[in-house]
Design a protein around this ligand. Structure first.
Ligand code: DAO
Ligand code: DAO
Ligand code: DAO
Length: 203
């Protein structure tokens, strides 16, 4: 509806509704410490979901609770991440000197640790198949917008500035990506709480 929400530290704005009609549930900042010396702001992110999809999948089990009762409920977030609920994470790059090499290695570290956490055993192959698509010629200058969308059937679609760059069907991968933003050890705790609260309020 033309309205947007500003991430306060970076001033980056997020549409409150996406074309898919998914609504903004929370925004936050991905930081990274470099050599233990300084923290850089890498990107701002927003997490989106459709309130009807949330109701369809989670009302039976959680509809009787208030949003504040569901705050901090691990099972609720697990169900959000496990169910076949379309969700989008919109990233906008803040750090102006991001190389695809650092994206690849950050991805292997952050997403890799979640693949291991949820999938156990050997996910090296899935991860490699994935990061091999991050070709060196891709540029991610400050301001680039990346959409990571979980579509029906646990398909993860990725686009950069509106151009689709990949599509992969993997429940484990979708969950691992969402866990970075909504899970127990989310990048931004405040954003995680905001997402939890808003998703619960859609029930
Ligand atoms: O240049 O060494 C450096 C610091 C870069 C840190 C990069 C973190 C990358 C985080 C993933 C970004 C995904 C879009
Ligand atoms: O922040 O550690 C992290 C992981 C972010 C996942 C985003 C991946 C973006 C992939 C873009 C592909 C570009 C080639
Ligand atoms: O093997 O099914 C396939 C195609 C794999 C495409 C993977 C593209 C990954 C794009 C970046 C996703 C970042 C989360």
């Amino acid at each position: 509806s033309g309205v947007s929400v500003l991430e306060s530290k970076t001033g980056i704005s997020f549409p409150s509704v996406l074309a898919s009609s998914q609504k903004l549930c929370g925004i936050g900042l991905r930081k990274k410490s470099v050599l233990g010396l300084k923290n850089i702001d890498v990107y701002a992110f927003g997490v989106y979901a459709d309130d009807d999809d949330i109701k369809t999948h989670l009302s039976d089990k959680y509809g009787k609770f208030s949003a504040s009762e569901l705050q901090g409920n691990k099972e609720f977030i697990d169900d959000l991440m496990d169910n076949d609920i379309p969700m989008t994470v919109r990233l906008q790059i803040v750090y102006g000197r991001l190389s695809i090499r650092s994206v690849r290695s950050a991805f292997e570290e952050s997403v890799g640790s979640r693949l291991q956490k949820f999938g156990g055993s050997d996910n090296k192959e899935l991860l490699q198949r994935f990061t091999s698509q991050f070709r060196d010629e891709i540029k991610l200058p400050r301001g680039s917008v990346i959409h990571l969308s979980r579509e029906k059937g646990h398909v993860l679609n990725t686009s950069i500035d509106g151009q689709e760059v990949g599509s992969i069907k993997s429940k484990l991968l979708c969950k691992s990506i969402l866990d970075l933003y909504c899970g127990e050890e989310a990048f931004d705790k405040q954003a995680k709480e905001e997402i939890e609260h808003n998703v619960a309020s859609y029930l």
